[in-house]
Design a protein around this ligand. Structure first.
Ligand code: GLU
Length: 435
């Protein structure tokens, strides 16, 4: 199948460029939604052109001495998509699937995500092509430090502030913070979020994305007149987002009937004990063979007859092939880009209420914002204060998007893009073009 030649090419730098078919190219998926919203907003051509292009794209070679003594050179990226509203914000992922196209899309999504919940941030993303599961702690630390050093020119509390993403965590953020601090000669904890609480991290940050998913799902259910009590839920992905969302939805009275990770999926019509599953994963690093549920395959999980489907793993799982079979009433996109652009109209025609990624998973970056604020103030909040302020922002943003969707008779995704693009565009208009 042909690659879409309209895309800016990165063939020289990327060995894995041919991985994306048209439907799966995340940058194209982002752009097609952007285009639709831009058209509805009647965005002027100049601003449209500015917003279609990333501000900065940095590619770095990251040499790392392995434990064996060999030297391996990894490829790392950091893309600042837009910084008009403030320092650019976005995670760093360590994954074999990382490509420049993907990082660009994720950086753009961060821009819209920060704007949709009205944080004073732009959007960025970083990634290193590697398999962290096959690396020792020492190798990961050396990789993180050298990558951080490589993108040093972008980083800073006032310029670009990374955070965790796929396969990175608090420990990795601590290394980023230390490397930056050593380079500038002072302790600078506001340069990165998602840090351990002991060194300027925020209470509630680890749970924030999952908590945000629960909050917007609750809003959606209320809007649709569906009770949370007894509502059936299937969760794909049982990492930081999926497991927390499942636990909090269970606390709201939902019945979690299916969960899955990258090794397999599980089903129990009577409901899965989420706390027991979390404890099992902590011990075994996978859900496979978790007792008290039957094994199903991943596609079955996505197409179960449930009230809520929560894809909280990777991009492109709800494709044109899967979408016609989706039976959930609500899809809450915990992951970034789980639905392909081509699958959107299929879900619409089936009447599925989709809470789009840029809104659904914005809880993480919202508490990242709180962390950055606390670091800069040097004054730290209790977990209750964090959760209360998070709930405020998530419910208000959900309602803002819903109102726009109703007003323009569009789906939640288009409304979310319209809201965020209009906010970014307004700042560009006010600031003008520096020449
Ligand atoms: N990686 C997370 C996301 O995709 C969090 C980003 C952040 O906190 O800056 O939203």
């Amino acid at each position: 199948m042909a690659i879409d030649l309209r895309l800016p090419t990165d063939s020289i730098v990327h060995p894995d460029k041919d991985r994306f078919l048209n439907e799966d190219n995340p940058f194209e998926a982002m752009m097609s939604r952007f285009d639709r919203a831009a058209e509805l907003l009647d965005l002027e051509p100049g601003i449209y052109r500015i917003l279609r292009n990333p501000e900065k794209q940095l590619i770095v070679s990251v040499p790392v001495q392995l434990d064996s003594g060999d030297v391996e050179v990894f490829t790392g990226y950091r893309v600042v998509y837009n910084s008009s509203r403030g320092p650019s914000k976005g995670g760093i992922r360590f994954d074999m699937q990382v490509t420049l196209e993907e990082v660009k899309a994720l950086a753009a999504w961060m821009t819209w995500k920060c704007a949709v919940v009205n944080l004073p941030f732009g959007g960025a993303k970083g990634g290193v092509i590697c398999d962290p599961h096959k690396m020792s702690i020492g190798e990961l630390e050396r990789l993180t430090r050298r990558y951080t050093s490589g993108i040093m020119q972008l980083l800073g509390p006032d310029t670009d502030v990374p955070a965790p993403d796929v396969n990175t965590n608090e420990r990795v953020m601590a290394w980023v913070m230390d490397t930056y601090s050593m380079r500038v000669g002072r302790t600078e904890n506001a340069v990165v979020t998602g840090k351990p609480v002991e060194m300027g991290g925020s209470y509630g940050r680890r749970e924030a994305t999952g908590r945000g998913c629960m909050l917007v799902t609750r809003e959606a259910m209320e809007h649709l007149g569906l009770p949370m009590q007894g509502a059936t839920v299937a969760v794909q992905g049982f990492g930081n987002v999926g497991s927390v969302a499942a636990r909090l939805l269970a606390r709201e009275g939902c019945k979690i009937v299916a969960i899955g990770d990258r090794f397999g999926a599980l089903y129990n019509a009577a409901g899965i004990d989420v706390d027991a599953a979390i404890a099992y994963v902590q011990e075994h690093r996978t859900l496979v063979d978790f007792p008290g549920a039957e094994a199903i395959d991943s596609e079955t999980l996505l197409t179960l007859d449930v009230d809520v489907l929560l894809p909280a793993a990777m991009e492109n799982v709800i494709t044109t092939k899967v979408a016609p079979k989706i039976r959930a009433k609500v899809v809450c996109e915990g992951a970034n880009g789980p639905t392909t652009a081509a699958a959107d109209p299929i879900l619409d025609s089936k009447g599925v209420f989709v809470i789009p990624d840029i809104l659904a998973n914005a809880g993480g970056v919202t508490v990242s914002y709180f962390e950055w604020v606390q670091d800069r103030m040097g004054y730290f909040w209790s977990e209750d204060v964090v959760n209360e302020r998070l709930a405020d922002i998530m419910t208000r943003s959900f309602r803002d998007v819903l109102q726009l969707a109703t007003q323009h008779n569009v789906n939640m995704r288009t409304a979310a893009y319209m809201l965020s693009i209009s906010r970014v565009a307004t700042v560009h208009r006010l600031r003008g073009i520096y020449a």
